[in-house]
Design a binder for this molecule. Structure first.
Ligand code: ATP
Ligand SMILES: Cc1cn([C@H]2C[C@H](O)[C@@H](COP(=O)(O)O)O2)c(=O)[nH]c1=O
Length: 251
């Protein structure tokens, strides 16, 4: 469609006004943000608030979780959280659920230019099945590559492009503090029922994962007040230029 002046002057190629129109109607870039941390670190207390902050600034948000996010992956979640199994079975189920989640939900939303916020993603598998259960990180890396490659829908990424979050907000909290927070909170699932040493290992696993991807990870000091945690989250996304400064916003 040419602008009014172009039509009158019958200009070909069209003028800058047309370029402006095409720029302004272009899809925003999809963003993929994951929330990570041990059980009880405080992720769920802020995830909806971040989604709302994006909506308030005109973005469409897909809020999702792992394991889960699709009908099939939610069935796999129920198995993972409640049925006894060995560490490799657990890891395979986590990646099977993730593949379905990527193909059915995450990639289509990113291709539509949405903001995808996921309560956990692959770092949880490295932390829980890797550091927590003692499963080899090398082998988890092979599964990661298989499950997260070849899913992108937009033209552009190379065939071997492996989907990862653009930013991971890592809620870092000592295992004993998380345990205190969860003590009265709810009936524990198979993971939440694990002893303190398990969560200490999982917390170390997250720290190790953060060391390997410093450009993606943002450490959130989750031992702070809810308000201070929220400020750290908003600062991280504002610093990236993904949100404008949010004066007086709160979780
Ligand atoms: N900054 C905070 N200070 C004190 N308590 C908090 C803070 N943030 C959350 N909590 C409380 O800690 C408990 C766990 O929080 P929340 O459910 O958000 O954690 P989570 O990381 O989502 O846990 P899970 O991964 O197990 O679902 C809740 O009772 C919540 O009210
Ligand atoms: C993605 C993923 C998750 N887990 C564990 C971590 C938690 O204990 C549960 C999910 O419960 P939440 O209340 O939704 O946080 O699952 C895991 O062990 N491996 C994974 O890949």
């Amino acid at each position: 469609m040419a602008c009014a002046l172009c039509r009158i002057k019958q200009l070909v190629p069209p003028c800058a006004a047309l370029e402006e129109i095409s720029v302004s109607t272009a899809l925003p870039k999809g963003l993929f943000i994951s929330f990570e941390g041990i059980d009880g670190a405080g992720k769920s207390s802020h995830i909806e608030a971040l989604a709302q902050a994006f909506r308030d600034q005109g973005r469409v948000v897909t809020l999702t979780r792992e394991p889960g996010g699709t009908p099939l992956a939610e069935k796999l979640r129920a198995l993972m959280l409640h049925d006894a199994m060995d560490p490799l079975t657990e890891a395979l189920i986590a990646f099977a659920a993730r593949r379905d989640h990527l193909v059915q939900v995450i990639e289509p939303a990113l291709a539509r230019g949405e903001v995808v916020i996921s309560d956990r993603f692959t770092d949880a598998t490295f932390a829980y099945q890797g550091a927590g259960r003692g499963f080899s990180w090398e082998q988890l890396s092979v599964l990661e590559r298989m499950a997260q490659t070849g899913t992108a829908l937009q033209a552009g990424p190379a065939p071997d492009f492996m989907r990862e979050p653009d930013m991971t907000l890592w809620f870092d909290l000592p295992a004993e503090v998380a345990a205190e927070r969860l003590a009265t909170a709810r009936v524990p699932d198979r993971f939440e029922a694990q002893p303190g040493e398990f969560f200490a290992r999982v917390a170390q696993g997250y720290a190790e994962r953060a060391r390997t991807a410093p450009q993606r990870f943002v450490r959130i000091d989750a031992h702070a007040s809810r308000h201070a945690v929220w400020q750290q989250i908003t600062q991280a996304v504002v610093r990236k230029g993904w949100l404008a400064i949010m004066v007086g916003s709160k979780p």
